[in-house]
Design a protein around this ligand. Sequence first.
Ligand code: C5P
Length: 404
Amino acid sequence: MSLLIHKQLCLIVTGGIAAYKAPELVRRLRDAGAVVKVVMTAAAREFVQPLTFQAVSGQPVHGDLLDPAAEAAMGHIELARWADLVLIAPASADFLARLAAGLADDLATTLCLATAAPILVAPAMNRVMWEHPATQANLVTLRTRGVQAVGPDSGAQACGETGPGRLAELPAIVAAAEHWFSGGELAGVRLLITAGPTHEAIDPVRIITNRSSGKMGYAMALAALAAGASVTLVSGPTALSPPTGSVIKRVTTAAEMYSAVMGAVIEADIFIACAAVADYQVAAPAPHKMKKQGRELTLTLIPTRDILQAVAARPHPPFTVGFAAETENLIQHARAKLTGKGLNLVAANLVGQSGTGFDSDENELHVVWDEGEKQLGRASKDALARRLISVIAEHYRAKHPARA
Ligand code: C5P
């Protein structure tokens, strides 16, 4: 059953070419059980007729702050109180900027300022506008206030360019709206998780890899979904099925994992690096199968890029969580990783013992952060993942208080 049943959604449509998709979004939200009232900015009315929204929503469409009929009853305050969720789709660069600045010069911005309901934005714009530091800084400001974002997607744009800035797919927007009502610790939060080993080619048939099964990363994805998060899982080669509801990106090498993570991290609120990424790759993999020569063989290895460190070093990093698999001096090494890579949290486990760590069903975790640490004990990877997600949610929420 949809979590949107009887939920009161105020959909703000702003001016952008993707506004033509908004009537279909209204239909899908209503199909999921929501009651939808539409507010249009002046620019949005240049793209789509209010009458279209009135027909698909079955409700009057609101546009003017100074509409005497509506404002006699304090229309904007009524709408602000009525909404369980304010959804802005498409959200233009201009609207994000106005929201970040706290303007209240039209009905849509005033409503956002006057509401206590959570706000979800689905940005859509030209890729250069999306990547502009001003837009990115506005998003950071909004996120710290508890505003959540869904998308944008990457792909062909109306302006003829290709890149990030397309309105997220409508089912993803509906799912993000549903997440708000899931009531979990990570409701509405977007997680990016790496899992599994990587394969580094020696030649077309031989690889360098490690004993990671991916179980811990997949268990983390499942626990995060159960806590109401939306999850993108970047997975190296494993035999596991991705949890239903996650977006899976399959990769083979450390370099591919790096690219997949960097392509998705801008949309992540939390990054969890569970993968056992190869530290080295073969400098020049042989193009054909190497023949046995019966004598010593030397391979030249070059370092791979550290994905976790690169994410943590971004100008506006998500909340970053690393894993430390150690065979000795666990806490000391975990603390060195926390500060060395500039992370928010490190989950450390001893490997090399039988029954825990790589390729086993059980694990034993110890979490460390700047001012403290917590023993999560020994348990199944599924149980530990749930405990760890809880600790991550607590620290993330302390840093980004959600709107009431
Ligand atoms: O420095 P070390 O490899 O021990 O750190 C382990 C942590 O860093 C894990 O969270 C792992 O997923 C991450 N890592 C990474 N990219 C690498 C190597 C490690 O994301 N190339």
